[in-house]
Write a protein that binds this ligand. Structure first.
Ligand code: FE2
Length: 333
């Protein structure tokens, strides 16, 4: 059989990102098999990872990927260590589909998931993310993606005092976790699951070890506050990124237990100015590219360079995800 023809295609109206965003490859030949795709990736694996570090996101379109098992096999060809959902402190409810693959946030269709770096509100986060569209929604449901280094540059011009405070003080995040998983909320993961704890004593032990403050509330819910975390980080090569969870927490950590106004503060417990947050949100929305999914699409995202979210949708939407552990190649010390 002839080799698959895979070409770069343009999916985005380019703004001033310094590199095509996202970079997109599309399969042009009809007869190609999944093992042709494995071979194609294997033969340029290092080049693809270099491109990812430069562009921030790569879309693979038209590949013969039908389900979680196919997606799992594609992930494995990149030979990257996985970051498991069990070890994470993510507050999203998810369902595992294979060893490496789980459903993206299970929050209801009408809920917006605002721009965020995966798990940047915790001390443990993945370096890269794979997404795969198993079933595209009837309408809407795009994944907005936004370059965090470009955002920081713009924010520096508009809100230099805010950027300096982020840099100098760091940030703390607070949220209230339910006793049982609550699939109605984007922050509905129970404290037992989040902390991998069978009881309150085990939960407290884990939180003490991670340097969290906490308080038990009525109905066996748990309010936790993180230690001070950096709000700006530097990548290998010198690019600075707005790597934090401020936008998602400020806009979206809202459910029957959580009030977004109480979700973030600077590291010295002072208030984060609403006006500055509104500017950050406005700039991030301007810079976002809306990835409109097609069945079989795979996207590889550099979690340190790019934020992602989820727009509300109609109909069924199945987007799968897989997380890659930090291999020490991206974050400067
Ligand atoms: Fe996410």
């Amino acid at each position: 059989m002839s080799k698959p023809i895979i070409e770069t295609v343009s999916v985005a109206d380019q703004q001033d990102h310094g590199a095509v965003f996202p970079l997109a490859y599309a399969l042009q030949t009809k007869q190609s098999t999944l093992s042709d795709m494995h071979e194609w990736i294997q033969s340029r694996r290092d080049q693809l990872l270099e491109q990812l570090a430069q562009h921030g996101a790569i879309l693979f379109r038209g590949f013969p990927i039908k389900d979680a098992e196919d997606f799992d096999s594609v992930i494995r060809t990149f030979r990257l260590d996985s970051f498991t959902y069990q070890e994470s402190l993510s507050n999203a409810v998810r369902v595992n589909r294979t060893e490496l693959v789980f459903t993206a946030n299970e929050a209801p269709p009408e809920v917006s998931i605002f721009l965020h770096h995966e798990m940047a509100q915790t001390p443990l986060f993945p370096s890269r993310l794979f997404f795969c569209c198993e079933t595209a929604p009837e309408s809407d449901g795009e994944t907005p993606i936004c370059r965090s280094d470009v955002l920081l540059d713009r924010l520096q011009e508009r809100e230099p005092d805010f950027v300096a405070a982020c840099e100098n003080l760091g940030v703390r995040y607070s949220n209230v976790m339910p006793a049982q998983d609550d699939p109605e909320s984007g922050q509905g993961r129970s404290w037992k699951s989040t902390l991998d704890a069978a009881d309150t004593a085990e939960a407290e032990m884990r939180l003490d070890k991670l340097g969290y403050a906490y308080e038990w509330l009525p109905d066996n819910t748990l309010r936790v506050t993180t230690p001070v975390l950096p709000a700006i980080r530097t990548l290998v090569g010198g690019r600075r990124v707005f790597f934090n969870q401020l936008i998602a927490a400020f806009r979206g950590w809202q459910d029957v237990r959580n009030d977004p106004r109480k979700s973030i503060c600077f590291g010295d417990d002072s208030e984060i100015p609403t006006d500055s947050m509104n500017v950050a949100i406005e700039l991030a929305d301007e810079l976002s590219f809306n990835l409109a999914w097609q069945d079989g699409d795979v996207a590889l995202i550099d979690n340190y360079l790019v934020m992602h979210g989820r727009r509300p949708f109609k109909g069924k939407r199945r987007v799968l995800a897989s997380l890659v552990a930090d291999d020490g190649s991206r974050l400067a010390a």
